[in-house]
Design a protein around this ligand. Structure first.
Ligand code: ADP
Ligand code: MG
Length: 224
């Protein structure tokens, strides 16, 4: 049973002239436990697609449902709650908050509804252990390597056991050794958490380890 169902999604950006059509007709399905790589040249709309599926942006037309719920029908507070509970997002440049420790950064999504519960703190510590950073819990991002920062971002994305984990070029700013470690970590975490995983990547090494590979071109997805 597919848990993510995307139908005829289109996205255009308003410009001073003709609208810029980035996504023309994107459809895809992903089932629980599945992972998929999205490939394609720079500027083809990969981040746009991921942001829409992550409910950080809205499509111009078409639909996307996660576990039968269409997030674009929700009002703003409901949408924020939906995103916080169901979606984990890993950005290319980690987006960690510089003034917070590793533990606090992992707990950031838990701050949306007040202070973190003991359960969330325990979960954060467990995730930090699983990404191999227990001895770095009190470090600030500036005191971590690039690979370590990305591992913190992965732990943060998983704090609420998301249904869908989205990663936008998660190894894009890492060297080969760290990129390989991050790839393995992402796939291990996905298996343990039984979440769906969609990764935008330029790395065939990463893409080749995924269940499915789709290429975005001319605003459409094709099997690769
Ligand atoms: P990719 O992630 O594949 O490199 P993006 O999704 O970031 O591509 O961008 C796709 C295209 O849409 C690019 O040409 C980009 O300039 C344009 N674009 C992205 N965001 C906006 C925006 N907010 N307004 C207008 N154009 C945008
Ligand atoms: Mg991008």
């Amino acid at each position: 049973m597919p848990e993510l169902v995307v139908n005829n999604l289109a996205k255009e950006y308003a410009t001073r002239g003709e609208p810029l059509v980035v996504l023309r007709d994107v459809s895809l399905e992903l089932s629980a436990g599945e992972n998929v790589a999205i490939l394609g040249p720079s500027g083809c709309g990969k981040s746009t697609l991921l942001h829409i599926l992550g409910t950080l942006d809205e499509p111009t037309s078409g639909s996307a449902t996660l576990q039968d719920q269409n997030p674009f029908e929700l009002n703003e507070p409901q949408l924020a709650e939906f995103r916080n509970r169901n979606i984990g997002f890993i950005f290319q440049d980690h987006h960690l908050l510089p003034q917070l420790s590793v533990l606090e950064n992992v707990l950031v999504p838990a701050l949306a509804d007040g202070s973190p519960s003991q359960e969330e703190i325990d979960r954060a510590r467990e995730l930090i252990e699983r990404v191999g950073l227990s001895d770095r819990s009190d470090h600030r991002p500036a005191e971590l390597s690039g690979g370590e920062k990305q591992r913190v971002a992965a732990a943060r994305a998983l704090i609420h056991k998301p249904v869908l984990l989205l990663a936008d070029e998660p190894t894009g700013s890492l060297d080969r050794t760290n990129a390989q470690a991050m790839t393995k970590l992402l796939l291990d975490l996905q298996k343990q958490e039984k979440t769906m995983l969609m990764v935008v990547t330029h790395s065939m090494e990463l893409a080749s380890q995924m269940n499915k590979r789709l290429e975005l071109g001319d605003g459409r997805l094709a099997a690769k």
